[in-house]
Design a protein around this ligand. Structure first.
Ligand code: 5AD
Ligand code: FES
Length: 346
């Protein structure tokens, strides 16, 4: 029965709520292997064995938000804050380009220090300096007009995880000032403007139920994003959720498989969080249907400071400098990293 549900998901790209529930209640070794086999088949049809890389530039860890799960939340006074200058950001792009990156992801906390016109300036310079590259922004909730200005300056893509599609659950993860309705509105604005949009959620975040996950899947289906990033929740010692358990590898991989069957041509990263909870997490993510990895291009001296969760991998093999190690790792499972913008193709 569960196998038939996986077949149905592969053909129809959606299931009824009760079917999703049955599927999520049937995660075990055998159902996972069957799902991953189908997910890999789907990825290979659309992308062959190509894996796209994105150079992640974490340019500020200041954040005006106070998400209960996040290590760079504004209330965390132990967080050692930093900001990169325009010149430092451009230097990261330069290094990244020479290493073969053709997408730069500018990610940061919601930091009002960078005005929209400064961000427009940074995006414009990257756009004119690297005409063969895609620019992805991941800088949180903004107004329609701000998003539009950044798009017109040359940004191509935007990552904004919805975090959870259930209001009640959202309120357990965020202070009152942060609203799910605005986050969803931002995502629809980004789509309307023309960005390739990425959303996503944490797997095993505190209080998350399978019903919440199903709402996430249905929201994602409705939004129809070009990219979906999911990773396990991992506690951070200086947050209200310090003592909460991490999300599991098993469930995260299973959801990657489900997302691949739901959105066959989506760009789905094997996330850093997945690589943090298991030494082979990112390879396993690819074998479950992911087709993107996002190594860190930030200057080495700030990497440890961008800690959303404990034990985040941030030196050694996952780093962009060791792209050769990454190539070998990905090669060892039968895939290859390509030098390509890796745009969404419908
Ligand atoms: N564990 C895992 N992921 C986290 N994020 C923030 N805090 C954590 C955590 N403790 C994720 C959020 C955010 C993205 C940038 O990182 O989903 O959108
Ligand atoms: Fe919201 Fe970091 S404070 S994700």
């Amino acid at each position: 029965m569960v196998y038939q549900l996986i077949d149905k998901l592969m053909c129809e790209h959606i299931l009824e709520k009760d079917e999703f529930l049955m599927l999520l209640n049937s995660i075990n070794h055998d159902t996972s292997e069957y799902l991953f086999h189908k997910a890999r088949e789907t990825s290979k049809n659309h992308f062959d064995t190509d894996i796209y890389i994105r150079g992640l530039i974490e340019f500020t860890n200041y954040c005006k938000n106070d998400c209960f799960y996040c290590g760079i939340r504004k209330s965390n006074s132990s967080c050692d804050r930093y900001r990169l200058s325009k010149e430092e950001i451009l230097e990261c792009c330069k290094v990244g380009h020479s290493l073969g990156f053709r997408t730069f992801v500018l990610q940061g906390g919601e930091d009002p220090y960078y005005t929209n016109s400064e961000l427009v300036d940074i995006v414009s310079i990257i756009r004119s300096s690297y005409t063969d590259c895609a620019i992805t922004l991941s800088i949180g909730e903004k107004t329609y007009d701000e998003y539009k200005e950044l798009y017109e300056a040359g940004a191509d893509r935007y990552l904004l995880r919805h975090e959870t599609a259930t209001d009640e659950h959202y309120r357990k993860l965020h202070p009152k000032s942060q609203e799910l309705s605005n986050r969803k509105l931002c995502l629809y604005h980004l789509k309307e403007i023309g960005y390739q949009v990425g959303t996503g959620f944490m797997v095993g975040s505190p209080f998350q139920t399978n019903e919440n996950i199903i709402e996430d899947l249905l929201f994602i289906k409705d939004l129809d994003p070009e990219m979906v990033g999911i990773g396990p929740f991992i506690p951070h010692k200086d947050t209200p959720f310090a003592k909460m358990p991490s999300g599991t590898l098993e469930t995260t991989l299973f959801l990657i498989g489900i997302l691949r069957l739901m959105l066959p041509n989506a760009l789905i990263p094997a996330t850093t969080a997945l690589g943090t909870i298991h030494p082979k997490g990112r390879e396993l993510g690819i074998l479950a249907g992911a087709n993107v990895v996002m190594p860190n291009l930030s200057p080495v001296n700030v990497r440890k400071k961008y800690t959303l969760y404990d034990n985040k991998i941030c030196t050694g093999e996952e780093a962009a400098e060791c792209i050769t190690c990454l190539r070998n790792r990905i090669g060892s499972i039968g895939y290859q990293i390509v030098v390509d913008r890796g745009d969404y193709r419908s």
